[in-house]
Design a protein around this ligand. Structure first.
Ligand code: AMP
Ligand code: ZN
Length: 112
């Protein structure tokens, strides 16, 4: 499958990993939008939020169970924002479910 994040999971493309376990991987975004910009992904290929179901939602739960520690370890000491883009209108560019953690500064109020 031609999925850049599956290739990162497989170690075929390098990434700046900040957290990894048997279910999920977190790494620095290559084009950071804030001082802290980390992506958290499931190790199973789920195309987007639209692909979450009762079979795979444990990956999503596991991601959110780990987000607070990942955010703090990455340098978010005063809060952070978690975003996932789903589909065309949201401009999802990588079709493997991922959650952006943004922080390390006071973020703009406007979400679009
Ligand atoms: P989205 O627009 O929500 O699909 O976000 C995709 C994100 O993946 C963007 O913020 C990109 O900068 C990031 N990205 C794409 N390729 C890589 C890569 N090889 N390593 C790290 N981040 C990447
Ligand atoms: Zn994938």
């Amino acid at each position: 499958m031609d999925c850049i994040f599956c290739k990162i999971i497989a170690g075929e493309i390098p990434s700046a990993k900040v957290y990894e376990d048997d279910k999920i991987l977190a790494f620095k975004d290559i084009n950071p939008m804030a001082p802290v910009h980390v992506l958290v992904i499931p190790k199973e290929h789920i195309p987007s939020c639209d692909g979450i179901n009762s079979e795979n939602s444990s990956y999503v739960a596991h991601i959110f169970e780990n987000i607070p520690a990942i955010a703090k370890a990455a340098g978010c000491t005063n809060g952070y924002r978690v975003i996932t883009n789903c589909g065309e209108d949201a401009k999802q560019s990588v079709k493997h479910l991922h959650f952006h953690i943004l922080g390390g500064k006071s973020l703009p109020e406007n979400m679009g």
